[in-house]
Design a protein around this ligand. Structure first.
Ligand code: WTA
Length: 636
């Protein structure tokens, strides 16, 4: 039996039990046998969820890129590491071998050094899904710089907030990007963002769309000429186990996004180990995760996890609908994809297009299908299972978070019997618990509560960059001594977990986490707006869509609601990005509030979902009279 590669359900239970009963021995064995270290650790784990503080593999020395690249060169140097599939199907795919990747990362790392980037410096990466994105991430890791990738769909304002919060010295971007039939002017967005980012010294610009952009003298440089001159050897910086690897922002309950900080050794061990098992990756498999590297799924399961296992990982630049809705399946056939990992929102969008388009393609290479980012509804699960997996490829419904670094609750394909809408069982090393209303652990099966984790795992985020207090308050104060996920879940009669959704003010729209507060803050900046409240409502494709209640200063007849709706969405687009636009906007005379002045979102949520039979007792509200008016004007 290999505890690194679980192949039967009994083996899973055996490994799981060991991971709980002897966590330190367990993780030390995984780390020692499957990763390379410059020096072994002195102590496997030290932790305290009160502070909170978690340290894994203290005293160890390593570089994650030696694990992800160098160690594969001797046996697999010519194997494809990254298979790049461009937006335009007529453009050739690129097979970047481990040897090529090694040289390109070294060159890029030397360019970073030549521009003054050192260990511990923060580098913001704002790139489309082109090879330079993965390469720049690895180049930062090579020299110990902390990367902060910002999804290239964020606006200039969202970008500058993130650059300033972590005090990035450099931005890596491109002249633009292709997304389906559109091109996106990334350099223009960076220029606008940098008007309010005094700390950025240099911008490196990759060429992708050959647009006519301007370089700011002394600040901006085309990347390629620098790479052409750079040496293709770069000694890896030797890092401590707990040195920071990257910052990745996620939405929270205030306007400021949370810069989740991940450290090196634990993150590497956990993403590598989960990748191997969750996808049952075998040596010659071709693995494809459709996420963007701007999100945690891309960090852990396009870049680090697959490369740590010497896998071939596909990077797709485009969108599922371009040039038509057969694109995903065309790519599966073309590259004989074995493992395919996507989001429920994509599955629902593709399901809507019917099955004829799928039948044109040979999907027989597929072995494992994955789902991530939000609960997968039963209908989408069956569609995926019937039409893509042809009922022979298990679906791994993987529950996890930016904060957890890696997959936490998931079936092990071919071992764990799957059940639609259930993420099933905890991965080895993970100890989930459900908490009741009074903060007690709910024992036994067939219970529902708030999902917490009671023991540390190697890839948990260590803090929020620059704000440890917020880290403690957000994740470790709702239930003392536990990590609180923000999700609700239930456990069925056999101990399988089903995630029921967020229990806080984060709404997941098309798989993107959106905090309601930042959207409301943006809307409230409109001069005509007094205040606003955002709630989610179910949407066929997006999972949830946003419903905004907006109170205006001028309640007269003359207001032009159509323009105001556009302007509100425009402000949201400017502050956050188009992903946060509202589907429905209702103008209200006021918002229902508690006597302490808190907006009663529970009532607004019920009204938006037309579930008004049981609004609860509204008489305790400060202003019960507004509820009638809101109900009367609800948008269908
Ligand atoms: C939700 C994405 C149900 C959940 C990796 C979580 C899921 C949030 C699932 C984190 C799943 C993710 N089933 N819900 N399989 N996967 N979620 O940080 O609410 O972008 O807390 O990380 O997505 O989203 P994030």
């Amino acid at each position: 039996m290999s505890q690194y590669h679980i192949k039967h359900l009994e083996e899973y239970y055996q490994v799981y039990r060991k991971s709980v009963n002897q966590p330190e021995t367990f993780w030390a064995e995984i780390a020692e046998e499957h990763f390379v270290w410059r020096k072994k650790w002195d102590k496997v784990l030290e932790w305290d969820f009160e502070k909170p503080e978690v340290k894994w593999f203290q005293g160890a020395k390593l570089n994650i890129t030696e694990n992800c690249i160098d160690r594969h060169l001797q046996a697999n140097g010519n194997k494809t590491a990254i298979l790049f599939e461009p937006n335009n199907p007529d453009e050739a795919s690129q097979h970047i071998s481990y040897n090529d990747l090694h040289n390109r990362v070294a060159k890029f790392a030397n360019v970073l050094k030549s521009k003054g980037i050192k260990k511990g410096d923060r580098v913001c990466i704002y790139l489309p899904m082109i090879p330079e994105l993965a390469i720049s991430v690895l180049a930062c890791a090579r020299i110990g710089a902390i990367h902060s990738v910002v999804f290239a769909g964020f606006s200039a304002s969202a970008l500058s907030t993130r650059i300033n919060d972590s005090d990035c010295k450099m931005v890596i971007t491109s002249d633009g990007g292709y997304r389906g039939a559109k091109t996106i002017d990334l350099k223009g967005i960076v220029d606008e963002a940098l008007e309010s980012c005094p700390g950025v010294e240099n911008v490196l610009v990759a060429k992708r769309i050959n647009s006519d952009i301007k370089l700011k003298e002394g600040r901006d440089y085309w990347l390629q000429p620098l790479l052409d001159e750079a040496n293709d050897h770069c000694e890896a910086e030797i890092m401590d186990a707990e040195d920071p690897l990257f910052i990745l922002y996620t939405s929270g309950s205030t306007g400021m996004p949370k810069g989740m900080l991940h450290s090196t050794a634990g993150y590497m061990v956990y993403t590598g180990y989960t990748f191997k098992n969750v996808f049952q990756y075998e040596n010659n498999d071709v693995y494809w995760c459709t996420a963007d590297i701007g999100w945690i799924t891309g960090h852990s399961y396009i870049v680090y996890g697959p490369l740590a296992n010497g896998a071939t990982t596909v990077m797709f630049e485009g969108v599922p609908s371009y040039p038509d809705y057969g694109r995903f399946w065309e790519i599966v056939e073309k590259h004989k994809i074995n493992q395919f990992y996507t989001a429920p929102t994509a599955i629902r969008a593709l399901a809507k297009e019917g099955v004829e388009i799928i039948e044109k393609y040979d999907l027989s290479s597929l072995k494992v299908l994955g789902s991530v980012g939000e609960p997968i509804n039963e209908e989408a699960w069956h569609w995926y299972n019937d039409n893509i997996g042809k009922r022979k490829s298990p679906i791994v419904d993987t529950w996890w978070q930016t904060e957890t670094g890696g997959v936490m609750i998931t079936p092990i394909p071919f071992s764990t019997p799957t059940k639609p809408t259930y993420a099933t069982l905890p991965f080895p090393g993970i100890q989930p618990v459900l908490m009741g209303e009074n903060g007690e652990e709910l024992d036994g099966n067939q219970v529902e509560g708030k999902l917490c984790v009671k023991f540390p795992w190697p890839s948990m985020a260590r803090t929020i960059w620059g704000n440890h207090k917020r880290y403690r308050e957000t994740y470790f104060s709702a239930f003392r001594g536990y990590y609180f996920t923000g999700d609700g879940a239930l456990r069925d009669e056999v101990g399988y977990y089903r995630i029921t959704g967020r229990v806080d003010d984060v709404i997941i729209v098309s798989g993107h986490n959106l905090g309601t507060a930042p959207i409301e803050d943006a809307i409230n900046e409109h001069p005509a707006v007094v205040e606003s409240a955002i709630v989610g409502f179910p949407h066929d494709i997006k999972g949830n869509a946003l419903y905004g209640y907006v109170t205006l200063k001028d309640t007269g007849e003359g207001r032009n609601q159509y323009n105001l709706r556009n302007e509100i969405n425009q402000i949201i687009t400017e502050h956050i990005g188009p992903i946060a636009k509202l589907d429905k906007i209702q103008f209200t005379e006021g918002l229902p509030k508690t006597r302490s002045g808190k907006i009663m979102r529970r009532i607004l949520r019920k009204i938006a979902t037309h579930d008004t039979s049981n609004l609860g007792d509204t008489s305790t509200l400060l202003n019960p009279e507004v509820v009638e008016g809101i109900m009367a004007n609800v948008i269908e």
